[in-house]
Design a protein around this ligand. Structure first.
Ligand code: ADP
Ligand code: MG
Length: 273
């Protein structure tokens, strides 16, 4: 599969539109505690598009998201991740964030003593390098709070402490709305959400979509993809992207499950036919 552009960074002007501003993952191998989880992932996240990354439990979806942000637990043993003409593997997590990459965690951490609003303001400051005037920040925050249907009390509460699944996810989307990343990765944003929260969170994401942002929605289920329509669908099995296609791939997975694809590609994730 060669939807991966291999042009050097200094030739970006001649790169086809599809790769302009794309985040390109090439032959990525990564291990945790000496165990190889990602075994040659190729994936391109293009701005202006919604990508879905689907796959069975344990196929390496969260590992891939964590490696993208530079989580210290994961060792990259081979491959590259390029964004804006740089190999980002040499960058720290906050350098990656400042470059415009955002990850909404599958399991967000709680920070007792830090109210949501303060956290959001501090994140914005860290990203922009300067502080937004309080009045402006409040206005921006209020608009997003309305969209995500969270009330005043929510942003005064301590970050993720005692939050329901839905509140944690709304907080992540709130953060994304304020930070306006160029590449956003949402890891199982649908997990633990009831149908109303799922709809609200999806509306929040949809409202942010546009030509300047590429999104990767990591999910096990079709559910969230009924609300956020993917342009491209990737299937990860055993640490490799074994299928890339359009929407129809989601429907096929929903009807048949992952088994037929796993059988087709064999245990190693290698195409057997
Ligand atoms: P997914 O998100 O697709 O369900 P993960 O990336 O979370 O999959 O996990 C992939 C594999 O890596 C699993 O077999 C899991 O047990 C293993 N793994 C993930 N994180 C760790 C860790 N910190 N220590 C040991 N094994 C891990
Ligand atoms: Mg996961």
């Amino acid at each position: 599969m060669s939807d991966i552009e291999t042009l050097p960074a200094n030739e970006t002007n001649t790169t086809p539109i599809a790769s302009d501003g794309a985040l390109v993952i090439e032959d990525l191998h990564a291990s945790v505690d000496g165990k190889e989880i990602l075994r040659g992932v190729n994936l391109q996240i293009t701005k202006g598009r919604v990508h879905a990354l689907m796959g069975p439990n344990g196929s390496g979806k969260s590992t891939r998201a964590n490696v993208l942000m530079g989580h210290p637990k994961y060792q990259v043993t081979r491959g590259r991740i390029r964004f804006k003409g740089q190999d980002i593997l040499g960058l720290s997590t906050d350098e990656r964030a400042r470059l415009g990459i955002f990850l909404a965690f599958q399991y967000p951490i709680s920070v007792p003593g830090v109210p949501v609003a303060n956290f959001l303001r501090a994140s914005m400051k860290a990203m922009r390098g300067n502080e937004l005037p309080v009045r402006e920040f409040r206005k921006l925050l209020r608009g997003q709070m309305e969209l995500l249907k969270v009330d005043e009390a929510f942003v005064s509460r301590y970050l993720n402490e005692g939050f329901s699944g839905g509140e944690k996810k709304k907080n992540e989307i709130l953060q994304m709305a304020l930070l306006r990343p160029e590449i956003a990765v949402l890891d199982e944003t649908d997990s633990g959400l009831d149908i109303d929260a799922l709809r609200t969170v999806s509306e929040g994401v949809n409202a942010l979509l546009g030509p300047d942002m590429g999104v990767l929605i990591i999910t096990h289920y079709q559910r969230i993809l009924n609300y956020i329509t993917p342009d491209v669908v990737h299937v990860l099995v055993n640490g490799r992207v074994v299928r890339t296609g359009g929407r129809e791939l989601v429907e096929r997975l929903e009807t048949d499950g992952y088994d037929p694809i796993i059988r087709e590609v064999g245990e190693n994730g290698h195409q057997s036919s």
